[in-house]
Ligand binder design. Sequence first.
Ligand SMILES: [Zn+2]
Length: 259
Amino acid sequence: MIFDTHAHYDDKRFFGEEMNVTRDELLVLLFETSVCGILNCATCIENFEQTLDLSHRYANVYAALGIHPSDCYRYESMPDALAALENALDNNDVRALGEIGLDYHYDFSPRDKQREYFDAQLRIAEKAGIPAVIHDRDAHGDVFEFIRNFKGTAIIHSCSESAETVRQLCKKGHYVSFSGSVTFKNAHSVREAAAAVPDELLLVETDCPYMAPVPFRGKLNHSGYIKYIVDCLAEVRGATPEHIERITEQNAKRLFKVG
Ligand SMILES: [Zn+2]
């Protein structure tokens, strides 16, 4: 069974015409066949409610709450936004802070605002004693600096860092999670990074509905496709898929205090 450490099942694509079953039928089927846990990651205050609702309705869905770098521009008052986040954390199904981080690719929010929100939310994760789910798009240097000064545990989501950076992060006990991007044809450096993570810090995720692995690249993604990521990691690391499944499940359960 597989633990999907990063999903967005509240995304409207799961309610659109790409689906031939309902979102809830899909989740029930996944839990019956291949998935033992899902961390659903909120990206803004407006979807905390939907993420919490999913975590209440499904025993195996856990919540991560945070304000994404591409969303922080929307809030007029940072203290109010952070207060709303801290309030929502007071819930037993919340097992991580995220997703938070820096996105210098889209730059939807001014970079100084992104950094302020990232810094403040890392402090909140430290205070709450929960791991932080980190989004890093074209911001490796700054993200690395923030994590260096973070006293908690980080999860590098949909890893795109170099093998050398991954080694340094793992030395400090941070976790590294791989999405469908590790299966992409030209993703040689991501596969190098995937080979550099020690067994006890490796995680797998879909980032669904985005990031579908090869051979479904570009299509609607869901946790049932995670086996393609597991197979790729197994090949890169010279292990069996069963081994990758087992260690990533154990790691996720330890990290999110499940079971
Ligand atoms: Zn995400």
